[in-house]
Ligand binder design. Structure first.
Ligand code: TXA
Ligand code: MG
Length: 345
């Protein structure tokens, strides 16, 4: 397929182009577009053939459900039933605080939403993205849009233009390019269908922030930390190895020292903070920024995975971060990408 590629300025989106793309999106074509988290691969949520194509293009397992993206809070009524474990008043309040933005809610699915959207589950994931290009595109399409991250299944999510071109060029009708995605990690997924709110995937909106806004506890199951211990995955997507670079990734939780590096027989490339890099001058490194700058770590992580693959190293060594705030989301991605973990605390 000849993919049409357009560069769209997020500060001043070209509406003529977006109108053409939105019309085709509504008709059933696939469109790759930027969001504030990562690039997404979009299809009309109510077009079953288009939803099916998403699974084919990504090579996505059929039991891994999709997120429905909307362009106004009112659209939620078309997709979900009720407000789960929250009172309608409380739910409304948190929506007003968090949407549009990088948080996805799981609620009961309305019967007319095609079951393929949710991989047959009685629930459905919904997000109202904040990125101006995403908002405008969905608004012009006039339909809710399902959009997984625009990577081939199992690959790191795309956060740069070149990543979407690597994975999606020739497979979809349109690719919209708007530079780096601002946050770099996928949305926080909050399940409201259990007896109390629980995190299925940590993301840019931290658990601490959610607890503060909700005024209640928010459960963090072990699987949300990215550890591979849970026997029955709560979120179907959690059981697959994810975000994995093409080279083995060794995660070091705790201090990444020269002693650890000396013991590794393979040629390596290290993903780490600038402080750690300055202690490991003899080794090649890819740096996200300062140790305490978790925002930078989140924004660059997937991109550094792809950069590391392109070096001649045999393995990737990654430095872990503290599991606080955004650190929980960073550690979830690192642990799930890792083929081995060393604990050095
Ligand atoms: O930031 C994001 O959320 C990006 C952008 C494009 O919006 N999208 C994204 O979609 O990350 P995807 O498909 O890569 O990840 C969706 C996650 C998966 O872990 C999936 O299992 C979970 O959400 N999910 C979707 N529907 C669910 C449901 N009904 N119940 C439990 N988990 C669900
Ligand atoms: Mg994904």
């Amino acid at each position: 397929m000849n993919t049409l590629k357009y560069r769209i300025d997020p500060g001043n989106p070209d509406l003529n182009i977006l109108e053409i793309v939105a019309r085709d999106l509504k008709k059933g074509e696939l469109v790759v577009f930027p969001t504030e988290t990562v690039y997404g691969l979009g299809a009309s949520a109510f077009n079953e053939a288009a939803v099916k194509k998403i699974y084919e293009v990504k090579g996505r397992p059929h039991d891994n459900p999709l997120i429905v993206h909307i362009s106004s809070i009112n659209q939620l009524e078309d997709i979900t039933v009720g407000t789960g474990c929250l009172s309608p008043e409380k739910f409304r309040k948190i929506l007003e605080k968090l949407w549009p933005g990088p948080v996805t809610f799981i609620l009961e699915r309305k019967a007319h939403v095609p079951p393929q959207v949710s991989a047959g589950l009685p629930t459905v994931a919904v997000r109202f993205p904040a990125h101006p290009v995403t908002r405008k595109l969905i608004e012009l399409a006039g339909v809710p849009v399902v959009a997984p991250s625009a990577n081939l299944s199992g690959r790191p999510s795309p956060t740069e233009e070149e990543h979407v071109l690597e994975d999606m060029d020739g497979k979809v009708k349109y690719i919209l390019l708007s530079g780096s995605t601002p946050l770099g990690l996928e949305s926080t997924v909050l399940d409201l269908t259990s007896s109390s709110p629980r995190i299925l995937r940590p993301g840019p909106i931290s658990v601490e922030k959610l607890r503060e806004i909700l005024g209640t506890d928010v459960e963090i199951p072990e699987s949300a930390r990215g550890r591979k211990s849970e026997k029955v995955p709560l979120s179907p997507g959690m059981k697959y190895r994810h975000y994995a670079p093409t080279k083995p990734l060794l995660l070091v939780e705790g201090e990444l020292t020269e002693e650890i590096m000396k013991r590794l027989p393979q040629k390596s490339i290290i993903i780490c903070s600038k402080e750690t890099a300055s202690n490991l001058r003899e080794y090649p490194t890819l740096i996200w920024g300062s140790k305490n700058d978790l925002f930078a770590a989140a924004q660059k992580l997937f991109s550094l995975f792809r950069d590391a693959e392109k070096t001649d190293a045999e393995i990737i060594v990654a430095e872990g971060v503290e599991e606080k705030g955004l650190g929980l989301a960073v550690m979830n991605r690192l642990r799930r990408a890792a083929s081995r973990v060393i604990y050095n605390r």
